[in-house]
Design a protein around this ligand. Structure first.
Ligand SMILES: Nc1ncnc2c1ncn2[C@@H]1O[C@H](COP(=O)(O)OP(=O)(O)OP(=O)(O)O)[C@@H](O)[C@H]1O
Ligand code: SF4
Ligand SMILES: [Mg+2]
Length: 330
């Protein structure tokens, strides 16, 4: 059984009458124990909504429908007390903006100790010692960064280390990282990604790494799912998908990376247009109005179909694999 199993997930806003707007619109993915999966897509595709649905933290007015299970337990129908018991202990999340993820009026030590006190049954003193050890592990040596510091006394990268310490303090099986490095400078980004990779490996956690940056995904996740307008449009082993993307959207994302293919100084091939708002998606394939391959067949929604090389694509006219055996140079 997969650790995280999401099938046909919809995140909806209830509208007037029976009208419902789907921010996430039939998303399916699975994540095995100890595995890392990257979820990539442009801004507004629904990546954060997917993560928040898994955490049971959707904003008021939004609701999840479909199948979303953690180790077989249904998270969509779980009660709030049950979700409180799971969050932090079995699944945890690192948020994009460390300042808003931390409580500004509580010390970093007390924020890290809170989960272990609640979930691991530690005394106040034991939880404090545990928090010091976890802060030390994430690179905040208590000699230089005493647990009595407040978030505003730390840099952005140091705060993100505190957020990571809170997330891993109770040894969750699933870690969801939603753009954990986007708010940081490039050098700090690399250090934080290394830290997450090391923690995931040493604790055999499963990782759902969410990013708009294919480079971040390539560094952290051996498998990836590409999301567009609320759905997965391509998935498979990261190296294979990046070497031979089959969906026109994945190709477009790769063409838009500054360090992507092409001669130095060559202009980036931006994808024309923007991700449609949930109430403005074309019927049929939602990528149709930006896609160079669109034709009449694209008026129906393509299903996500696996090919023989463990790559799945939702497109009526996918790009061919470069060689008929499907082998891709490492
Ligand atoms: N509270 C909300 N109520 C209604 N719509 C929302 C709400 N929050 C987000 N949305 C919409 O849901 C869609 C998906 O948003 P989401 O935050 O999941 O995107 P994302 O892929 O995480 O983007 P980003 O890369 O910018 O973080 C967007 O169209 C967004 O405008
Ligand atoms: S289904 Fe059609 S419009 Fe959609 S990505 Fe494929 S070719 Fe383009
Ligand atoms: Mg987001």
């Amino acid at each position: 059984m997969a650790l995280l199993d999401i099938t046909d997930l919809r995140v909806e806003i209830a509208g007037p009458g029976a009208a419902r707007l789907a921010l996430v619109d039939g998303l399916s993915l699975t994540l095995e124990r100890g595995q890392s999966l990257g979820l990539v897509g442009e801004s507004g595709c629904g990546k954060s909504m997917t993560a928040l649905a898994a955490m049971g933290l959707l904003p008021p007015g939004l609701r999840a429908r479909g199948r979303l299970t953690l180790d077989g337990e249904d998270l969509v129908t779980a009660s709030e007390p049950r979700l409180c018991g799971l969050r932090g202990r079995r699944l945890a999340m690192i948020f994009q903006e460390p300042m808003t993820a931390l409580n500004p009026v509580r010390t970093i030590g007390s924020q890290v100790a809170e989960g272990p006190r609640r979930h691991l049954g530690l005394t106040r003193r034991q939880a404090r010692a545990h928090a010091r050890a976890v802060l030390d592990r994430v690179g905040l040596d208590p000699g230089r960064f005493p647990p009595g510091l407040y978030p505003h006394q730390l840099s952005g990268g140091q705060r993100q280390r505190v957020v990571i310490a809170i997330a891993v303090a109770c040894g969750p099986e699933l870690l969801i990282a939603d753009e954990p490095t986007t708010a940081l400078d490039v050098a700090t980004q690399a250090l934080i990604l290394d830290l997450i990779n090391d923690l995931v490996a040493e604790r055999t956690m499963a990782l759902l790494m969410i990013s708009h940056d294919l480079g971040v995904i390539a560094e952290t996740a051996p498998r990836l799912a590409v999301m567009y307008a609320g759905r997965v449009v391509e998935s498979g082993p990261t190296a294979r998908v990046l070497a031979a993307p089959r969906h026109p959207y994945t190709r477009g994302l790769m063409g838009a990376i500054p360090r992507g293919r092409g001669a130095p100084g060559a202009p980036l091939a931006a994808i024309p247009g923007v991700v449609p708002a949930p109430d403005r998606r074309p019927s049929g394939c939602a990528f149709a109005d930006r896609c160079p391959r669109a034709d009449a067949a694209c008026a129906t929604t393509p299903a996500l179909r696996p090919d023989t090389s463990d790559q799945a694509v939702a497109c009526h006219h996918p790009h061919e694999r470069p060689d008929p055996t499907g082998s891709v140079a490492p």
